[in-house]
Design a protein around this ligand. Structure first.
Ligand code: AGP
Length: 603
């Protein structure tokens, strides 16, 4: 889950590489580095920590070159330090790597016998040394890369430059990689995400697995050539049809991408219905309705898993389907009972989460139909599933997922309604419009949420509670808070408090309780129990409810009336803003919280 950027052209390589890396920091920020060529020599600058540290070094050294590669790291093999930071280089090559080399130990032993010394603890350095060995054998860079790539196992992308060539090489297997050209300035680029290249390129290409891309800025007709694993020219790539808008790379009037993304929700919600009910999607659904599938396994991680819990409720309620919703990291290792008459539904923003992908593969091996609800078109999950429903959330930069969650749940909801013969889709369309209005209403009351955050942000701990359809929101609220504010937070089913967690309550412990009209009496009793133990009570419930106002220390009323099954998405917007403001008061790095990365491509 690292970020890669490469550049070759007639002008400065450092600026586009650093700008690209700054857009890719969401993929990892344990360290960052660049390698560039100066008069036939490969130079390296790398630094532990965020990109800022590397930028300071660059300001001091003022490197200059027309070709280079850069990397932001999320550590897998080896500690977070300067030595393990990428790029890795020797007298011949510089390389950057995203992914895992599964046979690294074996390769390392072999290379040591060939007298190679290792400077780092990374698996990536095996690729560098193996490449150098292959190059010694064949004296041809392209062939040496292909020979090396054939010997490494696992899912990876590599970008390579040679000390005395203006060419840039890139190859991948089951890892994101794109390349691009600027037809006006004759520059070539590579990256792990097209987002890094917005504004730099005029055309973007998506190579398939095992295709070697060779960028040559001096070739004005074909800036990038593609070769298959045997070295023959190949057309095994796709071209991006639509250019990405430059606005997506800016925070606009917001201090953080997370905040901007929370505010994008009403517009995304409004546009989703038409996209999901396109003919092609509905046909896929009707085929499903006519099939003999009688059980669905919903799989995801983190926030995507919480979206799955809500979709499980929809499927049970609207379709009376039997459903299991599980963490991908649990499902894959517990030898689940899987039958061909079942389907796997995989939820993921990135479509690259290793555990989720492994579960999809497992289901596929057992002959189950696999379907995704995913944001990134062309991601591994998207490519591997039999059918895909895109959530159309646009690029999500904030590591804490906000708009993607809303869109995942909404896609799930529209699909289950469309699948049901009893539900009138026109009514659903109206409900979605009301949801967008409801979200706008909550956003317009951000000051109130900020005021609550100010009162509670220094408390010792936070327990989020909810019942039934709101229980997944309690889990999601707690996850959001702990990930960006670094405080202890837990999500609990309201009725479970008295079975243990209530022991935690005193005047320093906050209960953020969702009390909606469903099971109102039961939930309100749970809140009273906490209040009796001096817990600080933040209540989220139906608007203008005197009882809630009296019981609570802080009360936030929401008009749930027009949203029926989508009520949890309204509560969740409150949770998103509350976490955001608590984190802001605590001064954490909201978009790039410590120890995390946007897509978790390791197990
Ligand atoms: C959400 O805020 C988290 N950063 C995390 O839980 C995330 O949802 C999880 O890693 C799954 O990612 P995916 O949706 O890209 O598969």
């Amino acid at each position: 889950m690292c970020g890669i950027v490469g550049f070759s052209g007639h002008s400065d390589a450092i600026h586009p590489i650093i700008e690209g890396l700054s857009r890719l920091e969401y993929r990892g920020y344990d360290s960052a580095g660049i390698s560039y060529q100066v008069e036939g020599e490969l130079k390296i600058l790398k630094k532990e920590g965020k990109l800022e540290n590397l930028k300071k070094l660059i300001e001091e050294i003022e490197p200059s070159s027309c070709i280079g590669i850069g990397h932001t790291r999320w550590a897998t093999h080896g500690k977070v330090n300067d030595l393990n930071a990428h790029p890795h280089a020797n007298d011949e090559f510089s390389i950057v790597h995203n992914g895992i080399i599964e046979n690294a130990n074996e390769l390392r032993e072999h290379l040591k016998k060939e007298n190679f010394e290792f400077k780092s603890e990374t698996d990536s350095e095996c690729f560098l040394n193996l490449l150098t060995l292959e190059y010694k054998k064949c004296s041809e860079v392209k062939q040496a890369i292909l020979n090396t790539f054939k010997q490494v196992k696992g899912n990876s992308a590599f970008v390579i430059i040679h000390k005395s060539s203006h060419l840039i090489y890139a190859i991948k297997k089951s890892a994101p990689l794109v390349c691009g050209i600027n037809e006006n300035s004759h520059e070539v680029y590579v990256s792990s995400d097209p987002y890094a290249l917005v504004g730099f390129t005029t055309q973007i290409f998506f190579p398939k697995d095992n295709i070697l891309c060779v960028g040559d800025h001096t070739n004005k007709t074909h800036g990038i050539s593609f070769y298959d694993i045997e070295g023959a020219p190949s057309k095994n790539y796709t071209v991006q049809e639509k250019q990405m808008d430059l606005n997506i790379v800016s925070k606009g009037r917001f201090d953080h991408f997370m905040h901007k993304e929370i505010y994008e929700q009403p517009s995304l919600i409004r546009h989703l219905y038409d996209k999901i009910t396109e003919k092609e999607n509905l046909e896929a659904l009707y085929n499903f309705r006519g099939s003999d599938i009688n059980f669905i396994h919903i799989i995801g991680c983190g926030t995507a898993y919480h979206a799955g819990l809500l979709i499980k409720n929809f499927l049970e309620k609207n379709n009376r389907m039997r459903v299991n919703c599980e963490f991908a990291s649990e499902f894959r290792y517990r030898n689940p009972l899987l039958k061909r008459t079942e389907a796997g539904l995989f939820i993921s923003q990135s479509g690259e989460t290793a555990d989720t992908l492994a579960c999809q593969e497992l289901c596929k091996d057992f002959g189950l139909k696999t379907v995704s609800i995913v944001n990134v078109e062309g991601s591994t999950l998207f490519r591997e599933c039999d059918a895909n429903f895109l959530i159309h959330a646009g690029v999500e930069i904030g590591v804490a997922s906000t708009k993607a969650f809303t869109q995942q749940v909404l896609v799930g909801y529209i699909l289950t309604c469309a699948l049901s013969e009893k539900i009138d889709l026109e009514e659903i369309k109206q409900e979605i419009t009301s949801l967008a209005q409801g979200v706008e209403d909550i956003l317009s009351r951000e000051e109130e949420i900020m005021a609550i955050a100010r009162e509670i942000y220094q408390k010792k701990g936070f327990i989020f509670t909810g019942r039934g359809e709101q229980f997944p929101i309690a889990l999601e609220g707690a996850l959001k808070l702990k990930e960006i504010a670094y405080v202890h937070a837990e999500g609990y089913a309201s009725g479970e408090l008295k079975h243990g967690p209530i022991a935690l309550f005193d005047e320093n412990m906050v209960n953020i309780a969702i009390v909606t009209p469903d099971l109102y009496d039961k939930t309100i009793s749970n809140a009273q129990e906490v209040k009796a133990r001096k817990g600080v009570m933040v209540l989220l419930g139906e608007k203008d409810n005197k009882e809630l106002e009296e019981i609570s220390d802080y009360y936030f009323g929401i008009d749930f009336a027009a949203t029926d099954q989508l009520k949890p998405l309204l509560s969740n917007v409150f949770m998103q803003l509350l976490s955001y403001h608590i984190a802001k008061l605590k001064g954490t790095d909201i978009d790039k919280p410590r120890n995390l990365a946007k897509s978790v491509t390791v197990e």
